[in-house]
Every structure is written in C-alpha cells, then in structure tokens.
Design a protein around this ligand. Structure first.
Ligand code: 8YV
Length: 325
C-alpha cells in the first residue's frame, strides 16, 4: 500500500507531546507497554524502520539484528551509552542523539550540585524544617568553594559550559581528557591521577560506556585526598561506586554530590545512609523547557530522515553522509 506510515519501535517512553508527533509520522509500537514484548517484536520485526529510545532502554546488537529494515535509532539524551552505536555504524544504521539543547541546563545543575555539596545546603534546609534552628544555628561548614581548584573530567560541550561558569566564580579550572581540547584556556592533564592530586574538586562530565567504565577508581579518589569533593553529573558507570562508598566511609575524601548511579533508579543504601553527601535523582537536564527541546530533536531527526534529508545530529560513530560516499 502506498500511503502507509513507516513503522517505529518506541523503547522506553517519551513526553506525550513527543509521542503525539511520532504518531503523526509513524505507526508506533510501544515495547515498554506491550504485555508480551517478545511476541510484539517478532510480529513487527520485518517492518520496523526506526527506533526512538529514552531512559536508557538498551538498543543493543541483539535487538538491532532482529530488525532487518532498521535504518535509524533516535536517542533521547546527549549520552547514548545504552545504544550500541559502533554496531549500528558497522551495519549501516544511523544513530542520533540530542546535543546542544541541554548543555546550559546540565551546566547549571552541575553548579547547583557543587555549591549544595560544598556548603551543605540540603542539610541546612533539613535542619530548618526539623525546627533545630530554634535551638542553635546550623554549624559552619567545613568546606568552602573559595580557593578551590576544580578538575573537570571531560571537556566537551558541557565541560566547557561548566568551566566558563566556574571561571566567572573566580575559581581555578583544569581538566583531564584523552586529548587536549583545542581553543580552551585551561590546563590539560593527560594523567587523571596527577590532576586528582592537584585539585580539591573533581567534576565528572564524560560519556559513559566501556571506554570510561570505572575511570574514577580507588587510586583517583585517594589522589583527590581528604579535602576532596567528587561531583558526578555524567554516568554512574564512570565512577567505581564501591570504591567511592569506601572512600567516603573512611574519609579518604570529604564529600560527594551525585546525580547518577550505576543501577538507576536504585541507589545503594550505603550512599543513602550518609547524611553529609548530596544525592539527586538524575535531574541534570530535567526541566520541562529542556526536556521538550530534547524530545523535539528526537522527532526532528526522525522526520528529516523519513523525508530523505538525512539525520540532523548523527553521533560520531555513524557519520552522515557515510564515509566514502
Ligand atoms: C537524560 C542524560 O536524563 O542527556 C543525557 O545523556 O543523561 C539526560 O539528559 C537522559 O538521557 C534521560 O533518558
């Protein structure tokens, strides 16, 4: 039939207004809502041309190889570690993500989490609500942001936006990444341990996935030292969570502000039981404004693709037009 809509597999769920737009373009199959996911998949597999995915629903080789007509995977989020983009690239499937539209929001959240952690703002708020201020003032915080040197792990778009903000605060900024980023004024450390030794705060803002798994390990935390504070706004997988719990317990580092965890939404009880650290439920980009913009980019990538215009924001593993074309 000529005017039939292309078929799309929705892995995870999106904001209603995004799903409505997807329905305008595609026949949408909802994997998460299907009582029998495998049966649904078997039935639609020969026809699915696109996947839209959110919330870390895995789009791995096992799933993609069941879909012989698959052309594009549109990922909600700048991080696409739940999509096997390398496999997709090797099999002619395009992967897109949602860069830029969340950069400033995530950088803002990072600064909020940093200050909240250093100055114990959530603890102070809990103190007031518990009526304790009537008895005596909230204790002075051991830590201050003043005179700290901040080491950023990762100097992509969001890393730069964080560094710019920190500079405006009058703080010294350095960074670690595999290769130096051109055009930035901050000192580059090729060696993460050396940087951890020289700074009092580490901010993690690198992509997740196998290349960065447990990058922040026991040695890095020990090098950060007893006055050190770890902020993770990237992916839980980048930090060795067991080593972090141990470092916090034994006071090898002072504190941590975390937005991400290894097994979200499960947060280890050991972390929840520590009152001096700050824990957020993965809210880096989580405003209606920014999530709408991200959702729109998911739709716009798919729309451009079905209209034959190519993807708007392909990931580096699946360049467009493909190399050699
Ligand atoms: C989203 C994120 O919360 O963009 C990312 O990589 O981690 C967040 O902005 C996440 O993608 C939601 O699925």
């Amino acid at each position: 039939m000529k005017n039939e809509k292309p078929e799309l597999l929705l892995a995870g769920s999106m904001m209603q207004y995004v799903e409505d737009q997807l329905e305008d373009i595609f026949t949408v199959h909802r994997l998460a809502k299907a009582a029998k996911g495998e049966a649904l998949l078997a039935e639609i597999a020969p026809r699915v041309r696109a996947i839209a995915t959110a919330g870390g629903a895995p789009v791995d080789a096992a799933l993609m190889q069941k879909l012989p007509k698959l052309e594009i995977v549109s990922n909600f989020g700048v991080g696409y570690d739940s999509v096997d983009a390398k496999w997709a690239g090797a099999h002619g499937i395009v992967v897109t993500n949602t860069p830029d539209v969340l950069t400033e929001e995530v950088a803002d959240t990072t600064i909020g989490l940093l200050i909240a952690t250093v100055r114990q703002l959530p603890q102070a708020e809990r103190y007031l609500r518990a009526g304790k201020w009537l008895e005596k003032p909230f204790p002075l915080t051991a830590a201050t942001l003043r005179d700290r040197t901040i080491g950023i792990i990762g100097m992509g778009r969001i890393g730069k936006a964080i560094a710019k903000r920190l500079e405006a605060f009058g703080l010294a900024v350095v960074y670690h990444s595999r290769r130096p980023t051109s055009g930035v004024p901050w000192r580059h450390y090729p060696d993460l341990i050396a940087m951890a030794r020289d700074v009092d705060v580490l901010i993690v803002i690198v992509p997740g996935g196998p290349a960065t798994k447990n990058l922040v390990n026991r040695d890095v935390l020990e090098a950060l030292g007893p006055n050190g504070i770890l902020i993770n706004i990237a992916r839980g997988s980048v930090v060795d969570e067991t080593a972090l719990i141990e470092a916090l317990r034994s006071k090898k580092i002072l504190s941590a502000g975390l937005d991400v965890y290894v097994e979200e939404p499960r947060v280890p009880k050991e972390l929840i039981d520590m009152d001096h650290i700050v824990l957020l439920p993965h809210v880096g980009s989580a405003s209606i404004h920014t999530r709408r913009a991200m959702g729109q980019l998911v739709v716009d990538n798919l729309k451009a693709w079905v209209e034959g215009k190519g993807p708007l924001t392909p990931v580096p593993e699946t360049p467009w037009p493909p190399k050699g074309r």
